[in-house]
Ligand binder design. Structure first.
Ligand code: SF4
Length: 255
């Protein structure tokens, strides 16, 4: 074994141990999230994920409902012009860009995937499916992993969004500059079957405690293991109110 192999093993070992501490404490804090009984359709989930970009859950859900009401079968979106759906999804923001992406993605899916349903997608090996989905223009690691985790019920998939990226880097589980790099650094270290739990609890934590602005470090269950240089025991008013508000999330699962 070379020195570099050895260093990688040590790095992987540290990452595994820290991730385990994070997962355990967040489970103590939030519990083990329960999955919905009925998994969403893969194409509907994919479209919902595109709609959720750069907006809040409430508005992206409204945009989704508008689109679904007019086009109950999203495969039909392959035959419409982007301009036709732009006004339907306007409430979700950057509608022009999203409408172009959605129509293009659905057209590509029709061309490249003979069947885009759960049974067929599930038969593919996870990383190869994620790579195939990423070949669709406008689909990145996060969206591809969301399809795998939420629509295929793959508990080993682990989408990394801005919340997950921010929290894992502040704590020091990884030291990466972008969500994609964070995903690539952690994906092989997620304990088997724990992708759903860790993903959901990190998002809860990132929205309620370790917020982007003025995180609630003073009440944080991870304070002692967190590497963030700016962590502080001073109570943040904003963090306190964030804890009290009803946090709505994961509408993706409800599509
Ligand atoms: S101590 Fe602060 S920065 Fe670190 S994980 Fe907790 S809330 Fe986030």
């Amino acid at each position: 074994m070379t020195r570099s192999d050895n260093n990688n093993l040590l790095k992987g070992d540290r990452l595994t141990r820290k991730l385990d501490v994070v997962a355990t404490r967040l489970r103590d804090l939030f519990g083990t999230p329960a999955r919905k009984r009925k998994l969403p359709d893969p194409l509907e989930l994919l479209v919902a994920t595109i709609l959720s970009q750069n907006t809040n859950d409430v508005n992206s859900h409204k945009a989704y409902v508008n689109l679904k009401t007019k086009y109950p079968d999203f495969m039909d979106l392959a035959g419409v012009r982007a301009g036709e759906i732009e006004r339907l999804i306007k409430i979700g923001g950057i509608a022009k860009k999203k409408s172009i992406t959605i129509v293009r993605v659905v057209r590509e899916i029709r061309r490249r995937f003979p069947r885009f349903n759960r049974r067929h997608l599930k038969s593919e090996e996870r990383n190869s499916l994620i790579d195939r989905l990423r070949e669709l223009d406008g689909v990145g690691y996060k969206t591809a992993c969301c399809v795998s985790l939420f629509a295929l019920g793959d508990d080993d998939a682990f989408p990394v969004d801005t919340h997950v990226h921010r929290v894992l880097n502040r704590i020091g589980v990884v030291n990466e500059k972008t969500p994609d790099k964070t995903y690539l650094a952690v994906r092989d270290f997620i304990p088997p079957g724990k992708g759903y739990e860790i993903h959901i609890n990190l998002i809860r934590f990132g929205r309620k405690v370790c917020t982007a602005q003025r995180p609630g470090c003073s009440q944080c269950v991870l304070f002692d293991v967190c590497n963030w240089k700016e962590k502080s025991l001073q109570v943040s008013e904003r963090a306190a109110s964030a804890n009290e508000e009803k946090v709505r999330f994961m509408l993706l699962e409800e599509v």
